[in-house]
Design a protein around this ligand. Structure first.
Ligand SMILES: [Ca+2]
Ligand SMILES: [Ca+2]
Length: 508
């Protein structure tokens, strides 16, 4: 009897496997392209202290992120950039005292490993800040170096007489990248985190690593060397450099060694054209011009568009986005950056329209002197469970609707983000590659572009048209299928259609 049951089970299993096999064997176009373009993701930048508190001490932590991966998956992003997580005396963490340990406010290395593993099980990658231009003056290297000119760490820093150089001041001591031992230390740090399963690194303050007469090229080549090492450990890893400069001509050379650079030029153009309404007809041509300069240096570049980050006043607080049509303009700015090539970055809270501005050393009761803190405020959950409370409210987000309410509102900014992210992920022309050509009929009202990708015979082309004017516009264009929006584009709306990939020349 047992044997018969066993045979029947085997038979059923074989039918089951037989039926499943063709599906398992044939990956979808999206899966094939995901493998071919491992550096194309949609990132969510998290300031850990402000995101989600798992143990009710008011401070966001790594377990808080792990326990909210459902939220992150619901938004639809495919990767996280965690701002500094190492031990540090500051609230922001951009001055490290131990590159091999986690800030105790945020958890432990085991918590971090758990976050990496839990995120990986949902196909969410983790990128971390690599803060190597400087260490804290409390880092043991610096404590030793400052104690004696005979210290083995003396040459880890840049000395002028008896003073260690600081690019940024505040006791953040610049490391000496002329010293090969420092480069080895950095490589050991990257190895440590790649072995934990981290996908890549953001190089903080990339333009300051080496201060020299030939600074741009020296830094670009240093990053090239570092990236070569990282790629030997993990060929699919991702290295993005922060060169905080709005003029693309001043940062394109950093593509020599970096996989990606934050697109400060496009961010500026989006704020200026969509927010302020200046020279609207130049939006796409300006972006295309910058891509042309980058292509000369790196044809397979990965752009990193964004509309806000932790060093800038939040977009919802900018004049152009906080008066007329503010909701529509915020949603349009997001749709532009989320339909551009590369790996777009969303700054936590941006998806619910959070506000926040810099103070110049003002005193806040219950906290103290503040500068950038309110650009990095507690995320607004709308429920007490994970709410962080390390920073008292300054009132700037009194009108901001909590995420718990926005998630259940079809007309919320959160839903707008969710929808455009879904369209990007489901369409290979939007998600992969870096093709970007201006639509031929662009004017002061309609600004559009063609996105296209081709890989091993799989191809798709889409036309993205943004209405950056305050009036609705009717579009008359040949297309295959509407992916997003309507042929009558409302004020500050978007239309995305698929077009014949063999006829894109007729649109550009
Ligand atoms: Ca906590
Ligand atoms: Ca430096």
């Amino acid at each position: 009897m047992k044997k018969i049951i066993y045979i029947v089970i085997l038979f059923l299993l074989s039918i089951g496997f037989g039926a499943c096999q063709p599906i398992e064997d044939e990956p979808t176009d999206i899966e094939i392209l995901t493998d071919a373009f491992p550096q194309n993701d949609i990132y969510y930048e998290i300031f850990v202290r402000s995101f989600a508190d798992s143990n009710q001490d008011g401070i966001g932590d790594l377990n808080g992120i792990t326990e909210n991966l459902d939220y992150i998956a619901e938004l639809g992003v495919t990767a996280l950039w965690l701002m500094p997580i190492n031990t540090s005396p500051s609230y922001h963490g951009y001055d490290v005292t131990d590159y091999y340990d986690i800030n105790p406010d945020y958890g432990t290395l085991a918590d971090f490993q758990n976050l990496i593993d839990q995120a990986a099980s949902r196909n969410i990658d983790i990128l971390i800040d690599l803060v190597i231009n400087h260490t804290s003056d409390q880092h043991p290297w610096y404590v030793s170096a400052a104690s004696s000119s005979d210290s083995p760490y003396r040459d880890y820093y840049v000395w002028n007489n008896n003073t260690a150089y600081e690019s940024f001041g505040g006791g953040m001591k610049d490391l000496n990248f002329e010293n090969p031992d420092v480069i080895t230390e950095v490589e050991n740090i990257t190895d440590f985190y790649l072995n934990m399963g981290v996908h890549g690194f953001r190089i903080d303050a990339a333009r300051h690593l080496i201060e020299s007469n030939n600074q741009t090229l020296d830094n670009a080549l240093l990053i090239f060397e570092l990236n070569q090492h990282i790629k030997e450990v993990d060929p699919n890893s991702f290295l993005i450099s922060e060169v905080f400069e709005y003029n693309y001509a001043l940062y394109t050379d950093y593509y020599i060694g970096s996989d990606a650079l934050f697109d400060f030029s496009a961010a500026y153009n989006i704020w200026d054209k969509v927010g302020n309404g200046n020279n609207r007809y130049q939006l796409v041509s300006n972006i295309q011009k910058s891509f042309g300069a980058i292509r000369d240096i790196k044809p397979n570049f990965v752009d990193a568009p964004f509309i806000s980050n932790h060093d800038i006043d939040r977009i919802a607080s900018m004049t152009g986005f906080s008066s007329f049509n503010s909701f529509e303009k915020l949603a349009l700015a997001a749709r532009i950056s989320l339909t551009m090539p590369g790996s777009p970055f969303i700054y936590y809270g941006e998806e619910i329209g959070m506000k926040g501005e810099r103070y110049e050393g003002d005193y806040i009761t219950g906290y103290g002197i503040v500068y950038d803190e309110y650009r990095r405020q507690p995320f607004i959950w709308g429920e007490p469970e994970y709410q962080t409370s390390w920073l008292p409210s300054d009132g700037s987000n009194d009108q901001t609707v909590a995420v718990s309410l926005q998630m259940n509102d079809q007309n919320s900014l959160f839903t707008q983000y969710q929808e455009i992210i879904k369209v990007r992920r489901e369409n290979i022309a939007l998600m992969f590659g870096n093709y970007f050509e201006a639509y031929q009929d662009n004017d002061s009202n309609i600004q559009g572009y063609v996105r296209y990708v081709e890989h091993e015979g799989i191809k798709q082309a889409v036309l993205v048209l943004h209405n950056i004017s305050p009036d609705s516009r009717m579009i008359d264009v040949e297309f295959l299928e509407i992916l997003y929006g309507d042929l009558t584009i409302p004020a500050f709306g978007t239309l995305i259609v698929t077009i014949d990939p063999d006829r894109i020349g007729e649109y550009i």
